[in-house]
Design a protein around this ligand. Structure first.
Ligand code: KIV
Length: 278
């Protein structure tokens, strides 16, 4: 692993991402620490320090308990471990909803303390004004519409969005409002293919889908889901590895070697130097 100093680092920029509308699909994965960021970085356009770290790393039941301090700590690690992709840090629940002034202060803190060039907010029509103020004041904002995980307690679960006409109109309105407010990119989560297609075709802002079909301008997955770290994953996840199985096998083999006194062997042992012969 190499930890990059940020001097001489030429990353994909916010305008580069905004310009990817309709082009080759963008690749985005979540990352929460420096070694994983370093491994994913050459393959990704965007590394998202998602507040999914609450579940993926900290064992929380949802993202509601994630704090600004947690996002800053993990954001710093991901920036240090990467040099190519645009790093975007999620603003946690409670850090931006109260109004533009609070949102501005917290976004500035995240950008200054992590070095990440952009933030992501779970957005609605009501939050479009806040997005506009942030963007006008120089904060690059990625929006997030459709299924908004931070609303899990208010909505009583994670539910796909836009399946009724009324909901469909609401998600479309969200997309338009957040695009008009100046977001450089919008994550669409948990919506039907036809709605993701309509949004992607209607707005000039690039869309990144998660559980939102191939109609989007890019795709994002939670890295732990994609690597097969959990015994359950949502329908839209494709597992590209079975790290859970690999780690289980490795830990069982280590335990067996330790208990059977096969580890450590001589090659894994330090010995005192032989005294020089007289
Ligand atoms: O927190 C997160 O990881 C996210 C992605 C799922 C888009 O918001």
């Amino acid at each position: 692993m190499s930890i990059h100093t940020q001097e001489n680092v030429k990353r994909i920029s916010v305008p580069d991402i905004a310009a990817k509308k309709g082009g080759e699909p963008m690749v985005c994965l979540t990352a929460y620490d420096a070694p994983m960021a370093g491994l994913l970085d050459p393959h990704c356009d965007v590394l998202l320090v998602g507040d999914s770290l609450g579940m993926a790393v900290h064992g929380l039941p949802n993202t509601v308990g994630v704090t600004l301090e947690m996002m800053i700590l993990h954001g710093q690690a991901v920036v240090r471990g990467s040099r190519h992709a645009l790093v975007v840090v999620d603003m946690p629940f409670g850090s931006y909803e109260a109004g533009p002034a609070v949102a501005y202060d917290n976004c500035v803190r995240v950008m200054k303390e992590t070095g990440a060039p952009a933030v992501k907010l779970e957005t609605s029509v009501e939050l479009a004004e806040t997005v506009a103020v942030l963007v006008q004041r120089g904060i690059p904002v990625m929006g997030h519409i459709g299924l908004r995980p931070q609303a899990v307690l208010a909505e009583g679960g994670f539910k796909a969005k836009g399946r009724t006409d009324m909901e469909r109109d609401r998600v479309l309105a969200e997309a338009r409002a957040v695009a008009d407010a100046g977001a450089f990119c919008i994550v669409i989560e948990g919506v039907a293919e036809s709605l993701a297609r309509e949004i992607t075709e209607t707005i000039d802002t690039p869309t990144i889908g998660i559980g939102a079909s191939a109609a989007c301008d890019g795709q994002v997955l939670v890295v732990n889901d994609m690597l097969g770290m959990f015994d359950w994953a949502p329908k839209f996840v494709r597992r590209y590895a079975d790290l859970r199985g690999e780690i289980d096998r490795a830990a069982a083999a280590f335990a067996s070697d330790v208990r059977g006194r096969r580890f450590p062997a001589e090659v894994e042992t330090y010995f005192s130097k032989k005294p020089a012969s007289q």
